[in-house]
Design a protein. Structure first.
Ligand code: NDP
Length: 257
């Protein structure tokens, strides 16, 4: 995949989940393309460290520590980002959790936690950001296009037993992305769904005891993707010319069946 340097000069990108894994790698990659990064996650020190690295490489980044599942948090977060940066050209919804395991044994609240972050927070943040993405696409001084990238999953294309609710959340992300794409295409806001297979990140750390070990053994049996591989795909999506929309990208490790 080829991307030329500084494609995103003068633009602002908000990345959720920027403290680790895919979100962090994406933030670094888009900063290298000239975007000013608004880094969002709960762990402030991790965000500060990513921002310091970006600045040391000549890029620009601001941190916005936030639990995006909080009531009213999406609206207030987008307001804070706009107050500090003045615009929003790209939103990457990468924050997510994968609390999987047999449905019959699911602890109370586990299903809801998947839904709260992977679906509700993503919807709320998208809703708050959309008017600003539309404005950025319309801005004569800008790229003439804006981007919303939602991180779905292989589990958003094929339902997986033992991951019923996680699959349901990712099907929701894929469906929402496609419907929104149809609504926003004429406004030059591109909506993309990126669907990774197994990526070596902290995602599996939060799985319940007894299931986590099995899941991590499966990851260890593969030559997994690195977060940078998915960041590369996302960077490709948001650096296409104005008339090119990459709507969906499924990226698996070569040896993942
Ligand atoms: P990580 O666990 O490394 O990253 C998850 C990110 O979400 C962290 O930055 C975390 O930061 C943030 N986050 C979690 N809860 C909240 C919250 N309440 N508010 C704000 N931020 C939050 O996992 P990945 O990078 O792998 O996951 C990124 C996305 O990729 C997810 O949507 C996941 O479903 C998807 N995905 C991952 C795959 C994989 O194999 N790794 C495969 C397919 C899809 P903090 O804890 O600091 O808040």
């Amino acid at each position: 995949m080829s991307t030329s340097a500084a494609h995103l000069a003068g633009t602002v990108t908000l990345v959720t989940g920027a403290s680790s894994g895919i979100g962090e790698a994406t933030a670094r990659s888009l900063a290298a393309q000239g975007a000013t990064l608004a880094l969002v996650a709960r762990r402030e020190e991790r965000l500060e460290s990513v921002a310091a690295d970006i600045r040391a490489s000549g890029g620009s980044a601001l941190v916005f520590p936030s639990d995006i599942t909080g009531d009213g948090e999406a609206v207030s977060l987008v307001e804070r980002v706009l107050a500090e940066t003045g615009r929003l050209d790209v939103l990457v919804n990468a924050a997510g959790i994968m609390l999987v395991g047999p449905a019959l044994d699911a602890p109370a609240g586990e299903w809801q936690r998947n839904v709260d972050l992977n679906v509700s927070a993503l919807l709320n943040l998208t809703h708050a950001a959309l008017p600003h993405l539309v404005a950025a696409a319309r801005d004569d001084e800008g790229r003439g296009v804006a981007d919303l990238v939602n991180i779905s999953s292989v589990a958003g294309r094929q339902a997986i037993g033992g991951a019923a609710v996680y699959s349901a959340t990712k099907f929701a992300v894929t469906a929402f992305s496609e419907a929104l794409r149809q609504e926003l295409a004429a406004r030059h806001v591109r909506v993309s769904s990126v669907e990774p297979g197994a990526v070596a990140t902290e995602l599996t750390d939060h799985i319940r005891d007894g299931v986590r070990e099995h899941n991590q053994a499966w990851y260890a049996s593969l030559e997994t993707l690195r977060p940078e591989d998915v960041a590369d795909a996302i960077t490709y999506v948001v650096t296409r010319p104005r008339h090119v929309a990459v709507n969906e990208l499924l990226v698996r490790p070569t040896d993942q069946v």
